[in-house]
Design a binder for this molecule. Structure first.
Ligand code: 13P
Ligand code: SF4
Length: 296
């Protein structure tokens, strides 16, 4: 731990970590947040090196927003399977088939796919972003559950791209499990990530990004929360409000990709300045435009 902090100072580096990281990574991070918060922080930092503890699409977003900085990822195998469900060719195919429709992509996409769309959104601003599109029909991907959830709050017609993209971790939550827990803890509030199936979202007190969950518990009068998102979020919430009790809606909901980064790998990443995250310049220019659409 001390060695990491020393190296970080010497190299003018900053550690950004997603809310699903291992507790010890969360505890050492300079900034801990959701996809939107991490992108914003990456675009504002003065540090020379950004060490990104999250999945690769997040580190790529930091890299394309910071072409003059070095972005490192401690383990480059930390891939998001949801992002892999929308290759750039497929995004192009949908665009050709629906030339009248704008395309909004969730930040959980590869940089090549981002380069094909009009705007990139996160689960924290999907409704707002879709509403800003000129077309009445909007192509939206790759998470079909987020598409359904977003569509409920806009007058636009959303076409999911691909038809049923999903997060394998959020698919694990079930309405029955949540209702069972609700019977045991009737006073608990239910927090659900919009990547969950609609019937799980329907019984939530809050449907929102990990940052929205964090804001919610800080303001809520409840002291018990049933949490339907990746298990790492419980540590994050404990940091927000230590007095509250957090009950996982399913205790095996682990994103193994998020957990690939360890303190050892983080130390080696800083020491050896590896693994550098690069995005091809032409792709970075096009993708940056789509990301900037929501950041500015
Ligand atoms: P948030 O932007 O809500 O942190 O979500 C990112 C993610 O990967 C959810 O699975
Ligand atoms: Fe991707 Fe799901 Fe892991 Fe989030 S939790 S990084 S969407 S696989």
């Amino acid at each position: 731990m001390k060695k990491i902090l020393k190296l970080k100072k010497e190299k003018n580096a900053i550690i950004l970590a997603h809310n699903y990281q291992r507790p010890e990574i969360q505890d050492i991070a300079d900034y801990l947040g959701d996809s939107l918060g991490l992108s914003l922080h990456a675009s504002e930092t003065d540090a020379k090196i950004i060490v990104f503890c999250g999945v690769t699409f997040m580190a790529e977003t930091a890299a394309l927003l910071n072409p003059d900085k070095t972005v490192l990822i401690p383990d480059r195998n930390a891939l998001c399977p949801l992002a892999g469900m929308l290759p750039a060719e497929l995004a192009r195919m949908y665009r050709e088939k629906h030339p009248e429709a704008n395309m909004v992509l969730y930040v959980n996409t590869l940089a090549e796919a981002k380069a094909e769309c009009d705007a990139v959104c996160t689960s924290a601003n999907s409704v707002e972003t879709v509403n800003r599109m000129k077309s009445d029909t909007v192509l939206f991907g790759p998470d079909a559950n987020l598409a359904k959830y977003t569509e409920k709050f806009t007058a636009k017609h959303l076409i999911p791209v691909p038809r049923s993209g999903f997060c394998p971790v959020h698919k694990l939550f079930s309405k029955d499990d949540v209702l069972e827990l609700k019977k045991r803890y009737p006073e608990a509030e239910v927090l659900v990530h919009p990547e969950c199936d609609p019937e799980v979202c329907d019984i939530a007190d809050l449907v929102g990004s990990t940052a929205k969950m964090s804001d919610w518990v800080k303001k809520s009068n409840a002291d018990k929360f049933i949490v339907a998102t990746e298990i790492g979020m419980l540590h994050r919430l404990k940091k927000d409000r230590e007095d509250a009790v957090y009950i996982p809606a399913y205790n095996q909901a682990v994103c193994v990709n998020m957990k690939m980064h360890t303190l050892e790998k983080l130390y080696l990443s800083l020491k050896k300045e590896r693994y550098v995250v690069n995005v091809r310049p032409d792709i970075a220019t096009a993708a940056r435009k789509a990301v900037d659409f929501v950041l500015k």
